[in-house]
Design a protein around this ligand. Structure first.
Ligand code: PEP
Length: 252
């Protein structure tokens, strides 16, 4: 299975900055890449990125993702963006349950599961984020927390579960420069893999990404772990040379 390197731009960018970043990325990808690639961009820029894919040949292999999706199909939900709208803009992925949304927008496990279901219903692959806080890790609750978060999504999505991507993102490692060691990350990935295996006989299709201060220097050793199938990259995805180095490290 090819690895997946997905950038999460978070609330960063502008028309000019996005164009410069993607032009640099396109130039670096002219010769191809060893893995699948996605950029998850702020909703107002999805159409711009879609247009840039048409003018930059190097972006042909870069898929587009959103950073969130509504659990609702349509209607009186001011400010929300539906999965059908994302599909209209050729999104392949939508991040759901990022810790910043769980933390700042009080998203519950149940809501995250509903968002994953809405994405799947529209033909969009949800990148389901799970991860423990520092306090939870220190209390020895890592496995309990990530299993609870993933269980909600498994429960709500039945046999469709083989169509999701899972990202293990320890909250204490996101944007902090602290990375889980390859061994720490692998241990949690093995737990998640076993949980998915118990849920579907198609679990081998499910990619398990690691996210949390992955960068050009540490990507290769993290990606070499047997149950790490790629990365969800925040800060380093905003610098084309760094993102390209991570992509280059993601050979099977
Ligand atoms: C993220 O936002 O999903 C993330 C992993 O961020 P960073 O790489 O900056 O830690």
């Amino acid at each position: 299975m090819k690895k997946l390197i997905a950038g999460n731009w978070k609330m960063n960018g502008s028309l000019a900055a996005n164009e410069a970043l993607l032009a640099e990325l396109a130039a670096g990808l002219q010769a191809g890449a060893p893995c699948e690639i996605a950029v998850c961009v702020p909703a107002p820029y999805l159409a711009q990125v879609q247009a840039l894919k048409k003018t930059h040949a190097g972006l042909a292999q870069v898929d587009i993702g959103a950073q969130d999706v509504s659990a609702q199909a349509s209607g009186a939900y001011t400010g929300e963006v539906s999965a059908a709208m994302l599909k209209d803009l050729n999104c392949r992925y939508a991040v759901v349950g990022h810790s910043e949304r769980r933390q700042y927008h009080a998203e519950t496990d149940a809501l995250v599961a509903d968002k994953a279901r809405a994405a799947l219903a529209a033909g969009i692959t949800p990148i389901v984020c799970v991860g423990e806080t520092l306090a939870e890790r220190e209390a020895g609750r890592t496995v309990e927390v990530v299993k609870r978060q993933l269980a909600a999504v498994i429960h709500a999505n039945g046999h469709c579960i083989s169509e999701i991507v899972v990202a293990y993102e320890p909250v204490w490692a996101i944007g902090t420069g602290k990375t889980a060691t390859p061994e720490e990350a692998q241990a949690v990935h093995a737990v998640l893999r076993a949980q998915l295996k118990a849920a579907t006989d198609q679990s081998a299709r499910i990619k398990l990404l690691y996210g949390g201060s992955m960068n050009a220097a540490n990507a290769a050793t993290l990606l070499a772990q047997p149950d790490i199938d790629g990365g969800l990259i925040g800060g380093a995805s905003l610098k084309a040379p760094d993102f390209l180095k991570i992509i280059a490290a993601a050979h099977v």
